[in-house]
Design a protein around this ligand. Structure first.
Ligand SMILES: Nc1ncnc2c1ncn2[C@@H]1O[C@H](COP(=O)(O)OP(=O)(O)OP(=O)(O)O)[C@@H](O)[C@H]1O
Ligand SMILES: O=P(O)(O)OC[C@H]1O[C@](O)(CO)[C@@H](O)[C@@H]1O
Ligand SMILES: [Mg+2]
Length: 578
């Protein structure tokens, strides 16, 4: 067994509480027929259809008695989190399961065990009790801490292949790898689970009730991973939970797709690919589905080019975007080097989180100054940006500046703030604003300059994913499908410490992942660019306190983390005090 994966030992007291809430553990195996699985033959669909529509959902309070409760909740907070506590501070933040509110669902043997491609695999299935720790760096006496359920195929599945009617939707901004995820969900459903009914929802959440859909077959998705964008289209705004669940349940989709959905059943597996906003919407859909007592899995795949989703190691497409950003930075450098007092200014995406700018800067080594939303700066006076620009030009004759689109917004916008259809703040063009201020300042100093402003914003997210992101997308998609087939719901599939996991929605949507400027990664950047921090000592102290409070409340999932999470810092502070 891998050391980063903890298995709950069946004899430990922990298993007792887990068995009560985990459908795949001993208690639900008791449902199996002597042959090891329930099989309802051709009538099975009828049974499911009845269970989808008629089985009364227990009241949230009753159904949640199975798990220890904790603060927080999903969406409207109707359903409490499933938290399992074990020895030595072990905590499992578990994901919901269909049997939490539909207790008598039949199980089936996982068809993967008859798949020739998997015949060589030593262990077909992931142990149902395997979990993955959120914190990988620990001290001798640290508690074992928070864990998530390990993703992967389970021995028992809760859907018969013929019964599955899946749909996929993509929402929010574009991101490299969206098509790969779509392709691999379809391919996993078809090739591993023998599913034949997969539908693409057109144009984001509103596509659920706009009734435009695409039949996703292996042929349709075959080459799509080579293209940027999403073949399904995407959108912002337009989330209406009730209308979406009405459509999932029995309207719209099966009517449009008469060829496939002759039995008039609704969708029973919903795969939702999108960022923080999308996952909030997914959490609401899950709650409504559960409230109605439907046998419908709601599963998310985190998509965010800004890498602003917490808990996960990093988001798919991020590497591709950083790689593509190098081309813009290289061009800026070439331009800057070639003119008198040349300045290459590159604006990169990053609304609230400056990860793309930070990683593109660290990768390039040609950058003299990187500005991100998390690190406030000021323009004029001693220690300000303009003084630094002037100094660097005098020293080197040229410079490259990388700015994240969300940086310095508080300095620019005096106009009334506007929002997009999803409620996200619309940003002012920090690149143009910086260009003008730098030009004005250096003109006043009588310094001739050559400033070239490059804005590759959409170019870094509209491209197809690179090879490593393609593999990442494949694993994410496969994990997500395995979870749905195993009956888990209300989860986002995500990579945690290099392992695929199922993370409850509430953990994904409760905070945003941000660059922690008091961590070593930002210090590495400052030492690579040799830029000042642009912060007065008082502000640094305030930031440090702010960050400490935030990280102590919640260990953050920093990209290539040093292990400098809140909990580690707590432990470190304890040592210092001792
Ligand atoms: N709080 C919310 N509740 C329900 N739905 C939401 C919420 N926030 C956003 N959505 C819906 O999710 C979809 C996408 O949201 P948004 O435009 O914010 O993008 P995102 O998923 O955060 O992706 P990204 O920001 O990475 O582009 C939209 O259809 C929006 O209506
Ligand atoms: O112009 P659009 O499509 O709204 O997207 C812009 C936003 O999308 C993001 O890439 C997030 O998806 C942000 O970085 C950016 O502000
Ligand atoms: Mg977002």
């Amino acid at each position: 067994m891998d050391s980063s994966i903890f298995s709950l030992h069946p004899s430990s007291p922990l298993i007792l509480s887990l068995a009560a809430s985990c459908p795949n553990s001993t208690c639900s195996l008791g449902l199996s027929s002597p042959s090891g699985s329930f099989s309802f033959g051709p009538r099975h669909l009828d049974f499911s259809s009845v269970s989808r529509r008629l089985m009364a959902a227990p009241s949230p309070a009753a159904s949640d008695n199975k798990a220890t409760t904790a603060n927080g909740g999903v969406g409207n907070g109707l359903f409490k989190p499933k938290i399992v506590n074990g020895d030595y501070g072990y905590v499992l933040e578990d994901v919901p399961h269909l049997t939490d509110y539909l207790p008598n669902l039949p199980t089936h043997s996982n068809p993967l065990q008859d798949n020739p491609a998997y015949s060589v695999v030593k262990q077909y299935f992931v142990d149902v009790d395997d979990t993955v720790p959120q914190r990988i760096v620990v001290h001798k006496d640290s508690p074992r801490g928070v864990h998530f359920r390990r993703a992967g195929p389970r021995q028992k599945v809760y859907f018969d292949s013929d019964e599955v009617q899946a749909c996929i939707v993509t929402c929010g901004g574009l991101c490299p790898g969206l098509n790969t995820v779509i392709r691999e969900i379809v391919s996993t459903l078809y090739s591993m689970y023998g599913v034949r009914k997969v539908l693409g929802i057109d144009g984001g959440y509103r596509g659920f009730y706009a009734r435009n859909t695409i039949d996703l077959t292996l042929k349709v998705v075959n080459d799509i991973h080579k293209r940027g964008g999403t073949i399904l289209g995407t959108s912002r705004g337009g989330h209406d939970t009730k209308k979406i669940v009405d459509s999932i349940e029995d309207r719209g989709i099966n009517q449009v797709c008469e060829k496939l959905f002759v039995d008039q059943m609704g969708i029973n597996q919903v795969y939702i690919i999108g960022g923080d906003g999308t996952q909030k919407g997914a959490a609401l859909i899950y709650e409504e589905v559960r409230r109605r007592g439907l046998k419908v899995v709601v599963a998310g795949i985190p998509k965010t080019i800004d890498n602003d989703i917490p808990v996960i190691d990093k988001s798919f497409g991020f590497d591709t975007a950083v790689e593509e950003a190098q081309r813009a930075i290289n061009a800026a450098h070439v331009e800057a080097e070639s003119g008198e007092n040349g300045i290459g200014l590159v604006k990169l995406m990053g609304r609230y989180s400056g990860f793309i700018a930070m990683y593109a800067t660290l990768a390039s080594r040609d950058v003299d100054c990187c500005l991100i939303p998390e690190s406030p700066f000021f323009l004029k006076g001693e220690g300000g940006l303009l003084e630094f620009v002037e100094k660097r030009l005098k020293e080197s004759g040229h410079m490259v500046i990388v700015v994240a689109e969300g940086a310095g917004q508080e300095l620019i916008s005096e106009t009334k703030s506007m929002t997009d259809a999803s409620g996200n703040k619309l940003l002012q063009d920090v690149g143009l604003w910086l260009s003008q201020n730098i030009k004005d300042h250096l003109k006043a100093q009588k310094m001739p300059i050559n400033l070239k402003y490059i804005d590759p914003t959409y170019m870094i997210r509209a491209i197809p994913s690179n090879a490593s992101d393609n593999v990442y997308c494949t694993l994410l998609a496969q994990s997500c499908v395995h979870g749905a087939m195993a009956g888990y719901t209300g989860y986002t599939s995500g990579l945690v410490n290099g392992r695929q996991t199922y993370i409850p929605f509430y953990r994904i949507i409760e905070t945003q992942n941000k660059v922690v400027i008091t961590d070593r990664m930002w210090a590495r950047l400052l030492s690579s660019t040799n830029q000042p921090s642009f912060m007065c000592p008082k502000l640094v102290a305030e930031k440090r306190k702010e960050m400490q409070m935030a990280t102590e409340a919640q260990p953050s999932g920093q990209l290539m983390d040093d292990g400098n999470t809140g909990a580690d810092k707590k432990a470190a502070n304890k040592e210092v005090r001792a």
